[in-house]
Write a protein that binds this ligand. Structure first.
Ligand code: EPZ
Length: 434
């Protein structure tokens, strides 16, 4: 299994360019299931989860072409011949977002068989709200042998009020309602930028969706959708991770190709920590000169402080003067990084849903274990300021959602290298897709 070897101490200086958003590209790829015509996605990040989604769609009979060379961030998906509307356990267990195929498959094929995702490192993460919503649109849902069986003659528009805000739940229902008969009103929806980006793609495909990005989304169903070309939004969590890296290492870092509007809560919190932040139309400059100050954080749904930045913020708080209380409100088990940071010398106490971080403490390099995507990012950040060498094991977690993070970090002065083989860069002549 791949490892990262990081030698701490270098401030990050220079420019790092952000890739497209994993959490926008995944639902966009699933949306291609809604039409027979090709959907072309630009700015798709080259990360393992995209590769898993490609396999998932290909197993159903879709033609999925991942671009090469200059087009390596372009993906063309054609779902004309979907013989096998099944999302197998083997793939779903590696990526929960696979369940996003349920709504589109049901809406277009009138039948879907999707494995239940099972447990996850950061929490139980059930999909009951997806299922309840689809039942309100008239789906017949049963469960057997670990799989959801969903059937319908045709989905019918309905009012769906989510009991709690769910990002992929909102996306799943929005896609299902796009081909339903009549109008659906979805309430208490997620307002994440990735939801609005999916609605933008669906409307380009001929859907009639209003209100995405707010708590109430209206979808007037249509009989069929057509192909489209769409550019995926930048990854605000990748951008946030580099922004925190710049602040933590006391560097002068320009994070380019991002959307500062999507980073409001994080940037405001960093200013509270004494970090200088300058924003441009598509960039954020971080000047980390001077001591970091402690600050409390509550993770919330968008536009609140993102749970996907919680672990990275905990790493920063270990180097801030004073006590920071970080409260995780979204997932019930998302402090796996804390004990690994304590192994490096951090002072962190977990009290239920709160991490009490006392800083500043000197961190020293150690062998640590990544447990999930964002926890592994937090360990990389801590290693950048630790004394000596840190060896991070199981970095396949980080490859799921960060495109070439070690190359991007080296590009701005970090001492980091990978032990093991890298996800192959698509530069050579294309292999048979699908
Ligand atoms: C999305 O997951 C993201 N994944 C997650 O990013 C992110 O952490 C999360 O939203 C919250 O922002 C993708 O977009 C692919 P939720 P999702 O449904 O949709 C509970 C990353 O690091 N819930 O909004 O699965 C659930 O257990 C990943 O890139 C139910 O109870 O999250 C959680 O406590 C990790 N029943 C809360 O709601 C349901 O049916 C919010 O989950 C659905 C959710």
């Amino acid at each position: 299994m791949d490892k990262f070897v990081v030698r701490g101490g270098n401030p990050l200086v220079g420019t790092v360019r952000i890739s497209g958003a994993k959490n926008a590209a995944l639902p966009a790829m699933a949306a291609a299931l809604l039409t027979e015509e090709p959907v072309i996605l630009e700015n798709v990040p080259q990360v393992r989860d995209i590769e898993t989604e490609r396999k998932l769609l290909a197993a159903m009979g879709a033609e999925v072409e991942l671009g090469y060379g200059r087009a390596q961030h372009r993906t063309t998906i054609c779902c004309r011949n979907l013989e096998n509307p099944v999302a197998s356990y083997d793939l779903v267990k590696t990526m929960r977002a696979s369940t996003l195929v349920l709504g589109p498959l049901l809406a277009r094929m009138k039948h879907a068989r999707v494995s239940l995702p099972g447990g996850c490192a950061i929490g139980a993460r059930p999909i009951d709200l997806h299922l309840k919503g689809l039942e309100r649109l008239g789906a017949h849902i049963s469960q057997e042998h670990g799989y959801i069986e969903a059937r319908t003659e045709r989905l019918r528009g309905a009012r769906v009020v989510f009991e709690r805000i769910t990002v992929t739940g909102t996306e799943d229902l929005m896609m299902a309602a796009a081909l339903a008969e009549g109008e659906s009103v979805l309430e208490n929806c997620a307002r994440e930028p990735e939801v609005a980006d999916l609605a933008a793609l669906l409307n380009k495909m001929g859907a009639r969706i209003e209100g995405a990005g707010t708590h109430t989304i209206r979808v007037r169903g249509v009989d069929q959708l057509h192909g489209a070309r769409h550019r995926i939004i930048p990854d605000r969590i990748e951008a946030g991770t580099f922004i925190v890296a710049g602040a933590l290492t006391g560097g002068d870092l320009l994070v380019s190709g991002c959307d500062p509007h999507h980073l409001g809560a994080l940037l405001q919190k960093l200013e509270e920590c004494g970090v200088q932040v300058q924003t441009g139309p598509e960039s954020v400059r971080i000047i980390g000169d001077g001591p970091l100050l402690a600050a409390d954080v509550l993770t919330e749904e968008y536009p609140g402080f993102p749970t996907d930045m919680q672990a990275q913020f905990v790493a920063l708080a270990t180097q801030a003067e004073g006590t920071s209380v970080v409260t995780e409100n979204i997932f019930e088990n998302r402090f796996m990084h804390a004990q690994e940071l304590v192994r490096m010398g951090a002072n962190i106490k977990i009290e239920g849903t709160r991490a009490v971080v006392r800083g500043k403490t000197a961190l020293s390099g150690a062998a640590v274990l990544a447990s999930d995507l964002r926890a592994s990012a937090s360990l990389v950040l801590a290693a950048l300021v630790a004394d000596g060498e840190t060896i991070i094991d199981r970095v396949y977690h980080i490859d799921r959602g960060y495109e070439r993070i070690e190359e991007k970090l080296r590009g701005v002065g970090a001492q980091i290298r990978r032990i093991g083989e890298l996800l192959p860069r698509r530069v050579a002549t294309p292999l048979a897709a699908g």
